[in-house]
Ligand binder design. Structure first.
Ligand SMILES: NC(=O)c1ccc[n+]([C@@H]2O[C@H](COP(=O)([O-])OP(=O)(O)OC[C@H]3O[C@@H](n4cnc5c(N)ncnc54)[C@H](O)[C@@H]3O)[C@@H](O)[C@H]2O)c1
Length: 312
């Protein structure tokens, strides 16, 4: 089996690539080192995989895949993780986010259709539920996106549905809930909190620290993606969350315990696009892909801290 992973140098992409290579699966990875965060960090993420004989790396934009990939190479599955991430960033760089997340996904699905690749796994996001108050969210809930980023993920789910109906392609969207762990993106809260607390800098806490997030450990997400590879279905949307939301102030308390330092907090109002709570119902994931998150938040945070200390 040969799998193409887009965004293979990012946080989730590099972790997934490494895990699949450890199972002797052949991987083609593509990444354009998007300037959202540093190339140095992404090269470090992918360093081990680059040494693996079963890994082929293509540097470039997903939209140019047909020029980058040898015509003779056959691919069985595409796992599309490349995107412009970040809710706040999507307000500042809206047109790039719309283009990179929607148009590029459209090109990639068409590449699959034209090259007889029959399965497409797409990285969607809990942000599509937006301000829906009916927690925990199951996949049939109303979607009330409140940011351009969430809109792009919602649009791609619809694109995938359309193509799965009119073409011979299976499309599975996985809605990830706040993924954390080693290699986490430096713009995300857990990374910033550890970094600032360790360096005695102030942390910014939005919304009085009363927001809740269903933090999900990277290995659990990677296992969920891998289990989806063998799922036989024309179109599905599946939540991948931890099913155990945590209040922001409690998260900070755990980080204080791990670092042995007290956080200096500056409170700010919740910015537009940020939702008050996320909470995944994972019954469907349990049933269809035997998903069962294993890592408790305290343990996952300790693993992040150990990685952070040995990589700074
Ligand atoms: N991290 C989370 O908590 C989270 C939650 C929900 C959904 N997601 C989604 O999961 C996916 C991976 O997220 P991540 O946190 O690993 O992000 P990341 O930014 O670490 O990884 C994305 C990678 O894609 C690359 N990329 C972006 N546009 C590209 C393009 N056009 N061509 C080639 N490469 C491109 C970037 O250089 C980067 O290495 C994204 O689609 C994101 O929206 C992430």
């Amino acid at each position: 089996m040969k799998i193409l992973i887009t965004g293979c140098c990012g946080f989730i992409g590099s972790s997934l690539t490494e895990k699949l290579l450890s199972k002797e699966i052949k991987i083609i990875g593509i990444d354009n080192f998007d300037s959202y965060y540093s190339k140095k960090l992404k090269l470090r993420n992918i360093k081990n995989s680059l040494e693996n004989k079963n890994f082929q790396f293509l540097e470039g934009n997903v939209e140019n895949l047909s020029k980058l990939l040898d015509k003779k190479t056959s691919v069985d599955i595409v796992i599309h993780l490349a995107a412009s991430p970040g809710v706040r960033n999507s307000f500042e760089n809206t047109s790039h986010c719309l283009y990179n997340n929607i148009n590029v996904t459209d090109r990639l699905i068409n590449f699959c259709i034209n090259n007889n690749i029959k399965k497409f796994i797409f990285a969607s996001s809990s942000s599509v539920y937006g301000v829906n108050k009916n927690l925990p969210w199951n996949e049939k809930e109303d979607l009330i996106a409140i940011s351009p980023y969430a809109f792009t993920k919602l649009s791609c789910e619809s694109l995938g549905r359309m193509y799965s109906k009119i073409n011979n392609i299976n499309f599975i969207a996985l809605r990830f809930f706040t993924v954390y762990g080693p290699r986490q993106r430096p713009d995300l809260a857990i990374f910033k909190f550890f970094d600032n607390i360790v360096n005695d800098k102030r942390i910014i806490v939005y919304g009085k620290g009363e927001t809740f997030r269903d933090y999900t450990y990277i290995d659990d997400i990677v296992n969920g993606i891998i289990n989806t590879i063998s799922l036989n279905s024309n179109y599905e949307i599946i939540n991948l969350g931890n099913n155990q939301p945590t209040k922001l102030l409690d998260l900070i308390g755990m980080i204080e315990n791990i670092t042995g330092k007290k956080a200096k907090i500056k409170f700010k109002p919740l910015p537009k696009g940020d939702v008050p709570a996320t909470y995944a119902n994972i019954d469907k994931a349990r049933e269809l892909i035997d998903f069962s998150p294993k890592i408790k938040l305290e343990i996952g945070l300790q693993k992040f801290y150990d990685w952070y200390i040995s990589n700074r």
